[in-house]
Design a protein around this ligand. Structure first.
Ligand code: ZN
Length: 454
């Protein structure tokens, strides 16, 4: 058979019941990677994924790690043809939010909407890509399509390197497509072209052995909580967010004017952002400034300060120790190890007794915006959704991306299908057929465009 985009409509209508049935089965397995109680559900999800791939006519197998496994599979239509690896993840966020109006792990179809934890992040997009790939294979598109489905994405991909190291099972493709990102608005397709990285750290200070009375010792006793607050003040301007650690901004690459214009076309609205996250006020209400702050500027956040009297009322103790939990979102080309070294040196100079311990790091990622791959994807989005895509960035991190980049050094592109209203990492998550069918069209066109590139 040959490629005829007009067949796609018929194909999508015919596969819709199967798509929904498979999504239902996946959603009803609570593959919460952060909760050890769901250990068996993760493995069941992987087994079901293998079964799905085989039912679709693809090869499939589980790749074991010291943690949770990954699932790989796909079609090799000819060794002389290029190979694309599609990345998705099949683990999900916990779903304990009281706002759920249904049981989160019961799949519910309401018209075009598919409700349940994991529908949009990221099981729905994974299935969308799978159905598009089968279409491409059935229509003789000369492209080898492989899937790489992770089950530890929501916990920071601790064993993803293990997976990449198993090179006979997970071999290097010519390019990668990651489908795990969000548009800014339903009416404006968006292609992400960068991710922020992360450096998390715990700062601890111990100056005594036990709580002491502030009337008996206060004035002479050091106060570790106050000293940790002082370090926060030294590291960041709490009002503006400006980081004050010397050298912190040295490697930051600012977005070009052209990129900024693209971001502004994404449909981003300050008022909607405020409403979506329930903010009463923000550091800025200027659209371009807010976009820059959440997508392309690095941050320094305080997540918690532990110590002293945490119960009701005031208890007049001087605590013996304190722990400060912080993290920095990093942007291209900041390096988490270098930033950690800067933080350590800075803290040591100001307060040598504070211990700095790193608590996880992810490299930032700068995607491709020019050249044949970027154009092939943009063209596919025009064909799939009938609109010119906007280029955006992700303020968050996908740990696997930087690792694939380092292991393979091939073009990595992003085509997410989630919408802000889908409840990504939030209660009442859903996915919808509009995004699934549009996504299938985009993927099918992209596969065809890649095959033409050879
Ligand atoms: Zn995700």
């Amino acid at each position: 058979m040959t490629w005829k985009p007009t067949d796609l409509k018929t194909y999508m209508a015919s596969v819709r019941p199967q798509f929904e049935e498979m999504l239902a089965q996946w959603v009803e397995l609570p593959s919460v990677s952060s909760d050890p109680q769901h250990h068996d559900d993760i493995w069941r999800t992987a087994t079901l994924a293998v079964q799905f791939l085989r039912e679709m006519g693809a090869t499939a197998r589980i790749v074991k790690t010291r943690g949770y496994p990954a699932v790989v599979g796909g079609w090799t239509v000819g060794k002389q043809h290029p190979t694309l690896t599609i990345y998705n993840h099949l683990d999900v966020q916990p779903a304990q939010e009281p706002e759920w109006r249904q049981s989160p792990f019961t799949f519910r179809k309401e018209g075009d909407r598919y409700r349940g934890r994991g529908t949009t992040d990221d099981k729905g997009p994974a299935l969308t890509a799978l159905f598009a790939a089968r279409y491409a294979v059935e229509h003789g598109i000369p492209l080898n399509i492989r899937f790489l489905w992770e089950l530890e994405e929501e916990i920071g991909s601790p064993h993803f390197q293990d997976i990449l190291n198993q090179r006979t099972l997970v071999s290097k493709p010519q390019s990668v497509l990651v489908s795990d990102t969000i548009w800014v608005s339903r009416t404006q397709p968006a292609i992400s072209c960068g991710l922020r990285g992360l450096l998390a750290a715990r700062l601890t200070l111990r100056t005594g052995t036990t709580d002491v009375h502030s009337g008996l010792t206060g004035g002479g006793a050091r106060n570790p909580l106050a000293e940790l607050c002082d370090i926060v003040h030294a590291c960041v301007d709490a009002k503006t967010g400006r980081v004050k650690i010397p050298g912190f901004y040295d490697d930051v690459v600012r977005p070009t004017r052209q990129e900024m214009q693209g971001f502004l076309r994404s449909g981003f609205q300050v008022s909607r952002f405020k409403r979506a996250f329930g903010f009463r006020s923000l550091r800025t209400e200027i659209c371009a400034d807010l976009i820059r702050r959440i997508w392309t500027d690095p941050t320094f956040e305080v997540h918690g300060l532990v110590g002293g009297h945490m119960g009701p009322g005031v208890k007049t103790v001087v605590p013996p120790s304190g722990e400060l939990k912080v993290s920095m979102r990093l942007v291209p080309n900041q390096n988490p190890d270098r930033i950690l070294a800067l933080l350590r040196r800075f803290v040591k100079e100001r307060n040598p007794m504070i211990k700095v311990e790193s608590d996880g790091k992810l490299e930032p990622f700068r995607g491709i915006t020019e050249g044949p791959y970027a154009e092939a994807l943009r063209q596919a989005v025009r064909d799939g959704f009938g609109k010119e895509p906007a280029q955006v960035r992700e303020g968050g991190s996908i740990g696997a991306v930087a690792l694939m980049q380092r292991a393979w050094n091939v073009p990595i592109l992003f085509m997410g299908l989630s919408l802000p209203e889908h409840g990504y990492h939030a209660p009442n998550e859903y996915f919808d057929w509009g995004q699934a069918s549009g996504g299938m069209r985009v993927f099918a066109h992209y596969f065809n465009n890649l095959a033409k590139m050879g």
